[in-house]
Design a protein. Sequence first.
Length: 115
Amino acid sequence: MKFSVLVAILAEEMEDKAIDIAKEVGAGAVTLISARGITGDAKKTFFGLTYEGAQSVLVFVLEKKLSLKVLKCLIRELDLDDDPRGIAFTVPLEHLGGIDTREVDQFTKTVEDEL
């Protein structure tokens, strides 16, 4: 079975919705990382304090076909093609250790049920 890493870098307020979307489509565990983004635009200031928007980085390790399905749903449901507050992409995984085999079993069962 081939795997991919799905990474979604989103505005913090989009995090919960993205997790719900991914789980609804079949994703299991996700790793969340807090981040700050720096853009080429001028920084916003308020009374001399600089505000840089908080971001969340969601990292999923998924079976390759499932990662594409989750990616497409995230792009559609979060309107990432038009919303500059987020980006999502996949990266193929060559070597993997330590994955919870229950997730692989669950994915296999889901695919079998769909046939």
